[in-house]
Design a protein around this ligand. Structure first.
Ligand SMILES: [Zn+2]
Length: 422
């Protein structure tokens, strides 16, 4: 296929993605608007009118903004591709008096910086405009700046050696470089899985052990009962950035740290927190985490294989404005131009993730013996986060990693009914 043909194929995917993505968002906004006048029947009595009205307004504001920012970033990508800017950056980087691997790092870095600058105004407005207006934002311009600088430093410290390593594998390990690179990358990710919570996460948040008391005792008791080994329960000071709340586990080995957002601890009852943790433990016990690691390894192996096939193919580079075959240009193509194609895999990932969420919810009901804690936790999270209670079914089918609140509550009730029967 010629460079011209490849460009046209890219444009077809690009237009399909932009059209389909925008269409879904507008469909969703229309659905929210149509149900926005009064609290949906399933939530009468649990969500008051004022909260519902605020959630509708928050969903609409964010939805419109998402359409705008997706449109602008798509057009920016198109402009970069069609203007030949990639080739100009490539030529400029060649002039640097450094080795070819480092020139490659500079190319990837410059393109990353370019797209980061394009997205910056949107990120600023989302945080200090929208999130602030709805009372979620707690971050200050100063904290935002420090987060950004730390993010850059972490990306450089991790990204530069990874890129250099990748270039080396592409360069030196022959036709099967993609298998070697895949093996090295997988090993690196496993090491990072262990190191990140210990080294990187503390750069951004303070983690304090949950103080002794009833909550801690109950959590340890739950973990013992479910045979879940933990290496401590920590509270993260996430409230310094945002009012949104959550809980998660870190660590790859069999013993994990439990991390609770301080916003979760302060706003939820003990029964709710235990149900949320039982749900998270459910993800472990049902092997969702292991399956996720295996899936992502298989996908990255496939990705490396495809890269190895495309690597020597000059028309591909020319289609996007590059002048020559290079390792770094291949990385740029994968990182910044594969989106319109990969976008259409999204519903598969959403489906797979939602299946696991249902399983973890069922596990939580079985573990704590009732659906009440989980239901109340979900309702409170939904109220506190102003979640959209009436997404369009096609929109949630395509994007949602979790079932909608109404779907989850119905499934929790079914799980509880089964428990009583069994
Ligand atoms: Zn989950």
């Amino acid at each position: 296929m010629s460079a011209h043909g490849i460009l046209i194929l890219f444009l077809v995917f690009f237009i399909l993605k932009l059209g389909w993505g925008t269409g879904l968002s507008l469909l969703n906004l229309g659905h929210v608007h149509a149900h926005g006048m009064r609290v949906p029947p399933a939530f009468v009595g649990v969500v008051d009118e004022a909260t519902y009205a605020r959630s509708v307004s928050y969903t609409q504001t964010r939805g419109r903004f998402a359409v705008l920012s997706a449109g602008v970033s798509s057009i920016a990508l198109l402009a970069v591709v069609l203007s030949g800017l990639f080739g100009i950056i490539e030529q400029a980087v060649r002039l640097l008096p450094i080795g070819s691997y480092l020139q490659g790092v500079a190319l990837v870095g410059a393109v990353s910086l370019l797209f980061w600058i394009i997205s910056l105004p949107f990120s600023l407005y989302a945080t200090f405009g929208i999130e602030a207006r709805f009372g979620f934002n707690r971050t200050t311009p100063k904290l935002y700046l420090f987060d950004t600088l730390k993010g850059f430093a972490v990306s450089a410290v991790i990204g530069i050696p990874v890129l250099l390593g990748l270039f080396w594998f592409m360069d030196r390990t022959g036709a099967y470089w993609w298998i070697w690179a895949f093996a090295a990358m997988t090993l690196f990710q496993l090491v990072m899985g262990i190191l990140a919570p210990l080294v990187i996460a503390p750069l951004f948040n303070k983690f304090t052990p949950l103080p002794d008391g009833e909550l801690k005792e109950s959590i340890l008791d739950l973990a013992r009962r479910l045979d879940f080994r933990t290496r401590g329960i920590f509270v993260a000071d996430s409230s310094k950035r945002s009012g949104h709340s959550n809980a998660y586990f870190t660590g790859l080995s069999r013993a994990k740290r439990i991390v609770l957002f301080d916003t979760l601890v302060s706003s939820h009852t003990k029964e709710e927190i235990l149900a949320v943790l039982a749900h998270e433990i459910g993800h472990e016990k049902r092997n969702h985490v292991t399956k996720g690691i295996v899936l992502s390894a298989l996908l990255s192996l496939a990705g490396f294989w495809v890269m190895s096939l495309l690597l020597p193919y000059l028309p591909l580079y020319e289609a996007f404005g590059f002048r020559a075959v290079s390792y770094a240009a291949m990385v740029v193509l994968v990182a910044f131009c594969s989106g319109p194609v990969l976008f259409f895999l999204q519903p598969l990932f959403s489906l797979w993730s939602r299946k696991h969420e249902y399983e973890a919810d069922r596990f939580a009901v079985q573990s704590v013996g009732s659906a009440r804690g989980m239901k109340e936790a979900l309702l409170r999270l939904s109220r506190d986060n102003l979640s959209n209670l009436t997404p369009h079914p096609l929109y949630s089918f395509f994007y949602y990693s979790h079932p909608t609140l109404a779907e989850r509550i119905a499934a929790l009730d079914r799980a509880e009914a089964q428990l009583v029967k069994g």
